[in-house]
Design a binder for this molecule. Structure first.
Ligand code: ATR
Length: 281
């Protein structure tokens, strides 16, 4: 047991490799304090080849569950006794709950975080019947596509540098594929643009994307939050287009996870958002 954690505290953590840059402990421990819950949230660096042992240690230590980040989001699925519908459809687990009889239940709250971030930031945006353009075809894109479909978004176009991956996602989620070269020249009216690629992230190449062909009402969302204001977000600001940064997805995906372990659905207050924004810079 970690120093300073009493025996009855409900314990959760985030596992990943590397994991030290994760902001999840700050978010969950802030909520534990706010809601005066006897709980503790820490982080465990677990190498890919040690995943099973690492999870068994958490079970033995009586953890209520954990968040899962890179590189374990897919491989953890094999260790789960049960998966929820969302995790199955997305093909990844970001939240695990461990039952009293040590059964491992895998869930995915990323789609919820993605949708909730947009709903809270742009409450007037109604997904129903709208046209969306999703850039990228990795795990984050799968979560975004699942969320968009759940919300009744009309047409969803997907575009990715590696065409076959976009093709697979388009088939899995009933979307249409747009060639990467045409990413900022779709023929259709687009109401929502979502960047799920790693382009524009700190240390990564910039996202080459021109907003001039889109209407000034198109909502621009970048799920990258380091930096908070990516090139895409700055371009949307310069054109006075509505936008949603990525930090809210991180905050909102954490809410249902916190509820599974600690029994309270926490709020994302302005204060918490500002604190996490500052730390993400
Ligand atoms: P995640 O699970 O976080 O979505 P990922 O699976 O590594 O991460 O996906 C990263 C996405 O960024 C992919 O869509 C990737 O495109 P490819 O499928 O072609 O690799 C995209 N991406 C990364 N670097 C890129 C680059 N230099 N140009 C275009 N797309 C890039």
């Amino acid at each position: 047991m970690s120093a300073g954690v009493n025996e009855t505290a409900v314990k959760a953590c985030v596992i990943g490799y590397p994991v030290k840059h994760s902001l999840s402990p700050l978010i969950h421990n802030d909520w534990l304090k706010t809601y005066k819950i006897n709980g503790h949230y820490d982080m465990r660096a677990i190498k890919p080849e040690r995943l099973k042992d690492g999870v068994n240690i958490l079970i033995d230590e009586g953890y209520a569950g954990f968040n899962v980040t890179i590189p374990h989001k897919q491989t953890i699925m094999d260790l789960c006794d049960e998966l929820d519908e969302t995790a199955m459809r997305i093909g990844a687990v970001n939240t695990v709950s461990i039952s009293g009889d040590k059964r491992i239940y895998g869930m995915n709250t990323d789609a919820y975080g993605f949708i909730e971030n947009i709903k809270r930031t742009q409450p007037e945006f109604d997904f129903k019947g709208k046209n969306a353009l999703v850039l990228g075809a990795g795990g984050a894109a799968r979560a975004a596509l699942y969320g968009l479909k759940q919300e009744g978004t009309g047409r969803v176009l997907i575009t990715n540098r590696t065409g076959e991956k976009a093709h697979k996602l388009a088939a899995d989620f009933g979307c249409e594929m747009l060639p990467w070269q045409r990413r900022f020249r779709p023929d259709d009216n687009i109401d929502l643009i979502v960047n799920t690629t790693s382009l524009g992230m700190e240390g990564q190449p910039a996202l080459d994307f021109d907003l001039s062909a889109f209407s000034g009402n198109t909502l621009v969302n970048d799920i990258v939050y380091r930096p908070l204001e990516t090139g895409l977000i700055l371009a949307a600001q310069a054109r006075n287009m509505p936008y949603v940064t990525g930090i809210g997805m991180l905050l909102h995906q954490a809410r249902p996870a916190f509820q599974y372990w600690f029994g309270v659905l926490p709020d994302v207050t302005k204060g918490l958002e500002e604190k996490i924004k500052g730390l993400a810079q």
